[in-house]
Design a protein around this ligand. Structure first.
Ligand code: TYM
Length: 328
């Protein structure tokens, strides 16, 4: 059976962008593939985090993974720092990465530009991500468009490792969602929707109340034309809202444009907000139940055990290939 691996950072609350770009894909894939999903807390500490807040976010993210429909009987769900093989393989990946190629990563450029005291780990973030993926001999990595460059680097590193040492690692493919690989910020539809956006009106969180969602969608930036049409270049705001509704309802964009023929932006926005609220309300209800249940710890304990067992096999092969330690 082909293997899937993906991860999400436990920083802030999960956005509608994370959901459409990543989580939505996860739930459909778990029926067809061997799936491994990770809460990447070691990636989160590449920028300073409050200790208690991070712990809370890790638990919250675990509950959300389950609330959106990840079934722990089908998929492995675990926390990155609880499986030491990730940091170990991450170091090996760093040793075969070039500084130049890491400096070229757009995420590194965005997060480091104009800042003093940039951590070394912000630069070496992608080799750790490569380790996450490669440890499980992953065939497919479902992510949003912003992670494409990191997955491409992962492929390069795996090929380099196999050529330089021994043919140990599977070369993974990327999988982007058909609709919504890059959900845009509501207040600036040329930028991606991001957890770290200082303008809170730009980002819908999966845990926002219906009132908050309505308010944010109503104030979304559109244009002055007043016609609901899909045209990413000239009408990025309206196109983003159409993409969101299409991704959540499964209705095609063409059918939505037809539905909104002659409808003004005010009513259009009310209808998009309703589609979002209808979709995420049941998720929020399951989330609240899971957060207080004992189930969560048992699932994460079991996930860490199964992940470590799988990862340690590849780690041993990588160590043997590089000549680390003694032959075992
Ligand atoms: P993170 O935590 O920033 O985002 C989690 C997932 O959400 C997707 N995403 C989006 N998709 C569509 N539109 C958006 N506006 C949007 N914003 C975020 C991301 O592409 C991602 O799929 N480096 C990764 C975490 C990671 C990982 C991995 C992923 C660590 N190791 C191994 C896959 C495999 C990250 O920061 O994702």
């Amino acid at each position: 059976m082909k293997k899937i691996f993906s991860g999400v950072q436990p920083t802030g609350t999960v956005t509608l962008g994370n959901y459409i770009g990543a989580f939505r894909q996860f739930t459909t894939l778990q029926d067809e593939y061997e799936c491994i999903f990770c809460i990447v807390d070691q990636h989160a500490i590449t920028v300073p985090q409050d200790r208690l807040e991070l712990r809370k976010n890790i638990r919250s993210l675990a509950a959300l993974y389950l609330a959106v429909g990840i079934d722990p009987k089908k998929a492995i769900l675990f926390i990155q720092s609880e499986v030491p093989a990730h940091a170990q393989a991450g170091w090996m990946m760093q040793c075969i990465s070039y500084i130049g190629e890491l400096e070229r990563m757009t995420q590194f450029k965005d997060k480091s530009s104009g800042k003093d005291g940039v951590s070394a780990s912000l630069l070496t973030y992608p080799p750790l991500m490569a380790a996450d993926i490669l440890l499980y001999q992953t065939d497919i990595v479902p992510v949003g468009d912003d992670q494409k460059q990191h997955v491409e680097l992962t492929r390069d590193l795996a090929e380099r490792f196999n050529k330089r040492y021994n043919d140990v690692l599977t070369i993974p493919d990327i999988r982007l969602p058909k609709n919504g690989a890059r959900i845009k910020a509501l207040q600036d539809p040329l930028k991606k929707m991001s957890k770290s956006d200082p303008n809170k009106k730009s980002t819908i969180s999966l845990l926002d109340t219906p009132k908050e969602i309505e308010k944010k969608v109503k104030s979304a930036v559109t244009d002055s034309e007043g016609i609901v049409a899909f045209d990413v270049e000239n009408k990025p705001g309206v196109s983003n809202l159409l993409t969101i509704e299409a991704a959540l309802t499964g209705v095609t964009i063409e059918a939505l444009v037809e539905k909104y023929k002659g409808v003004g932006y005010g009513d259009f926005k009310v209808s998009v907000a309703k589609a979002i609220i209808d979709h995420i309300t049941p998720i929020q209800e399951r989330y609240q139940e899971l957060l207080v249940s004992d189930e969560l710890d048992a699932i994460l304990d079991d996930g860490a055990k199964r992940a470590q067992a799988a990862a340690s096999k590849t780690l041993k092969k990588m160590e043997n290939a590089m000549g680390l330690g003694r032959k075992r």
